[in-house]
Design a protein around this ligand. Structure first.
Ligand code: COA
Length: 175
């Protein structure tokens, strides 16, 4: 696919996205072994997803963004944080894009949007994520965005065949 042909919009997810999101996250879970989420997808019903999206939409330190090609969701990016005061500033990032759309700059675009959102919101001061060492594309994306590897966790994940994997804990302090 030609890079110039892709016209993408990024916006915050709304409850009406629930059905498509359950489907897309299921596809993503089947397509990649790089996520904790597997082929079972998000393991929530459409109703539960809609309810979750409503809560996220209201929360000042949580967000789920979707990337749309027309009205098709092709990627998601999220920050999840606690409502407990002592740790409300720590946001955990999750990002996944349908395989057909890898390598077109979408991941970079969504990460930039999340970082801008975090800066503007003023609550999140530490963005963190975990990523398998073998997920070179993702590690490079995060490094490009300014994340550093705080530690590498031996046996931080397992393949479906039971092989242990190193996992990076990567962090970006938001000032
Ligand atoms: C990881 C992921 C979000 C990246 O999204 P993407 O849209 O493919 O990323 P981009 O096109 O913006 O590329 C980001 C960077 O990845 C690196 N990259 C891209 N293609 C690459 C390739 N074929 N090989 C190695 N690195 C590559 C580059 O550094 C690139 O930045 P640059 O183009 O400015 O040099 C996406 O591949 C994905 O959803 N993967 C499956 C789920 C997943 O692994 N999520 C992360 C879990 S921690």
């Amino acid at each position: 696919m030609d890079k110039e042909q892709i016209e993408i919009t990024v916006r915050e997810a709304i409850p009406d996205d629930a059905e498509q999101l359950v489907d897309v996250l299921g596809r993503v879970g089947r397509e990649t072994a790089f996520l904790v989420m597997d082929g079972n997808g998000p393991a929530v019903t459409v109703e539960e997803m809609a309810h979750n999206l409503e809560d996220l939409y209201e929360s000042p330190n949580n967000i789920l963004m979707v990337a749309l090609l027309g009205d098709q969701i092709v990627g998601t990016a999220s920050v999840s944080a606690s409502d407990k005061k002592r740790v409300e500033h720590i946001g955990e990032i999750g990002i996944s894009i349908l395989k057909d759309y890898w390598g077109f700059g979408l991941g970079s675009l969504m990460m930039e949007e999340l970082i801008i959102w975090a800066k503007e919101g003023g609550i999140i001061r530490r963005l963190e994520l975990t990523v398998q060492h073998r997920n070179i594309r993702a590690v490079q994306l995060y490094e490009k965005m300014g994340f550093i590897t705080e530690t590498i966790m031996p046996r931080g994940a397992k393949t479906d065949d039971g092989e242990f994997l190193d996992v990076h804990l990567m962090v970006l302090l938001v000032d």
